[in-house]
Ligand binder design. Structure first.
Ligand SMILES: [Zn+2]
Length: 593
């Protein structure tokens, strides 16, 4: 049987937006961050079927059905998971491996080897940075004011001029095929050359903290300033963002995108931790989806010379279409965020972040740049383009605010802008009612005699674990074991989550797929995901939650025991056991206080 790799499944999921797909079967209307419609899986008159573009899941609050895009197709087309994957792959133009060219194990093994090589090399270059051989790099690092913690956090390293990386890797037991596949060593004739020589090294890690590639910077002004690993089996430039593995641990409401490694590192060192770099490419859709998983609001802080370029605008458009709230940071007095934050400090940088302008305002600004509004022709052109932009805003109030602002900023009458817009949107359908978010159907939440507040706490704890933070997991596991959970399905879910964390896999994107065979669990999971649980990653809040949960759980059991003890149908043996349990329970309860 052909087994599809995790990467391939991710690829297919990322190429099929759940809102697009569901829309082909269900009429969806936006309400806040989510979409609602009539559930295709049970009969209903008012919509309780929700689709979350952020989380890329659907969930019905009526019948409890849920899942990701693959589950949706599987359910609605009545096909199995594999067939559903095939339908979606075809739709996205992705070629699936067949039995002959089968997702070959060999390739998978090679990939694992490249990860290993990358890790060995990253750690070694990092260690070398502290050795006498790395004097030039040490001086450079000092000049750029990078402190030791930063160097360690980002595994910054040094690739010396005379280093035999090939020999180093051979000694570690890797063979030629593996070494060459890593692209860190280049073969010329019979010699093996290090790709990076006399460069400061920035290892690139993916969200799972795997080392996937490297960037290398010269220590002087020679060119090229940067060289990067080429794309290979483990590295795809368009699918990764530098620093996201670290940024995702900060309490993100928004994420800042900068251009270069140094910008990320420099801001991070000065306490601005929610920063990633696109590393020279215009933002791609895959990067957009990756970002949206972690933050809804995205601040673009590009170097002054690249903001406003067509490629940048396209990237912003992609993010916008993915439902991100995009702001563009306006920076003056420095060429990039690194220089800015060194010159003016993080307080002023944070001000820039707060005052970043919207995509619409930014586009108007870019429009204006090449036009002279004193010139009649230019003014007409400007008005036309502005009207086009304004007509893309669905929200009337928002539209009005922008028009007011543009009218003031560029000294054009509001009437003139409105007249132009009316011309444009004459044919557009109007008056779309925004759907009210349906209250959750309480009947379906009641679960085999488990008190509602207990169940709610269980769900919140699972929601916290789903966030994927290792620190949070460590806290929870100290107090609760999977067995402690009352709902049978929750035990299973927590068990799996614990296993994944133990494997070092805190990125549990594929949690829904782990339970492919169990529709009920998938429904419960999407239900938990679909409910916006208020708890943020706050140490005290988590401790309280977990402790209270445990306490309530014990109290509920205490009640149960007392009830049985008071009833008549029990043997002496049973009574003894129950009394013993009750004693232990009371001890546990006092310890929790
Ligand atoms: Zn339903």
């Amino acid at each position: 049987m052909v087994r599809y790799s995790e990467e391939l499944i991710d690829d297919i999921k990322n190429s099929n937006d759940i809102v697009d797909i569901v829309s082909q079967y269900v009429t969806l209307k936006r309400s806040g961050r989510n979409f609602f419609g009539l559930c295709p899986f049970h009969k209903e008159k008012t919509p309780s079927f929700s689709v979350s573009p952020d989380k890329q899941i659907f969930h019905c609050f009526g019948c409890g059905a849920g899942g990701n895009v693959i589950h949706f197709i599987s359910k609605i087309e009545n096909v199995d998971f594999k067939e559903s994957l095939e339908i979606l792959a075809e739709r996205a133009g992705i070629t699936l491996p067949t039995l002959e060219n089968s997702f070959d194990e060999k390739k998978q093994i090679l990939k694992e080897k490249i990860y290993e090589i990358n890790k060995e090399v990253a750690l070694h270059y990092h260690e070398l940075l502290y050795k006498p051989i790395s004097k030039p790099a040490q001086e450079y690092v000092k000049k750029r004011k990078l402190d030791n913690k930063t160097l360690k956090d980002y595994y910054i390293g040094y690739a010396p001029i005379n280093f035999n990386l090939y020999g180093f890797l051979k000694e570690k037991g890797f063979n030629d095929e593996e070494i060459l596949a890593s692209d860190l060593v280049i073969k010329k004739g019979n010699t093996y050359i290090d790709r990076f020589k006399n460069r400061l090294i920035f290892p690139i890690q993916d969200v799972r903290n795997r080392f996937i590639a490297f960037g290398g910077r010269v220590l002087d002004n020679s060119l090229p300033k940067y060289i990067n690993s080429p794309e290979n089996l483990v590295y795809s430039k368009a699918r990764n963002l530098y620093g996201l593995n670290i940024a995702k641990n900060s309490k993100l409401e928004k994420i800042i995108i900068v251009e270069g490694y140094m910008d990320v590192i420099s801001l991070h060192q000065r306490g601005i931790e929610n920063v990633v770099a696109s590393c020279g490419t215009a933002l791609t859709e895959a990067q957009g989806r990756l970002l949206r998983k972690y933050a809804e609001k995205v601040i673009i802080s590009y170097d002054s010379d690249s903001a406003g370029q067509a490629a940048t605008l396209r990237g912003l458009e992609i993010l916008n279409n993915l439902g991100c709230d995009i702001r563009i940071l306006q920076m003056e007095g420095a060429k990039d965020p690194d220089e800015y934050v060194i010159k003016y400090g993080n307080g002023r940088f944070n001000n820039l972040v707060e005052n970043a302008i919207s995509l619409i305002e930014f586009k108007v600004k870019v429009l204006k740049k090449d036009l002279d509004l004193e010139n009649v022709n230019d003014k007409v052109k400007f008005l036309n383009e502005v009207a086009k932009l304004m007509s893309t805003i669905d929200n009337k109030i928002e539209q009005e605010i922008y028009i007011d602002k543009i009218s003031k900023d560029y000294n054009i009458s509001r009437e003139a802008i409105y007249a132009q817009i009316n011309k444009l949107i004459y044919s557009k359908n109007q008056g779309q009612k925004i759907l009210e978010k349906k209250p959750i159907n309480k009947e379906n939440k009641k679960e085999d005699n488990i008190p509602t507040n207990l169940l709610k706490r269980e769900n919140m704890i699972i929601a916290l674990l789903l966030d994927g933070k290792v620190e949070v997991y460590n806290k929870i596991k100290k107090i609760l074991s999977p067995e402690d959970f009352k709902r049978v399905e929750n035990k299973e879910i927590v068990q799996k989550l614990y296993e994944e964390f133990e494997k070092g896999n805190s990125n549990i994107d594929n949690i829904l797929e782990i339970f492919n065979e169990n529709e009920k669990i998938i429904g419960i999971l999407t239900g938990i995901m679909a409910e916006d649980n208020e708890i943020k990653d706050d140490q005290k809040a988590i401790e309280d939650l977990v402790k209270n949960y445990k306490k309530e759980r014990l109290l509920a059991r205490k009640k149960e025991i007392i009830k049985i003890l008071e009833s008549k149908e029990k043997s002496i043996e049973e009574t003894k056991l129950l009394e013993k349990e009750l004693q232990n329970l009371i001890i546990n309860l006092t310890q929790l206080k």
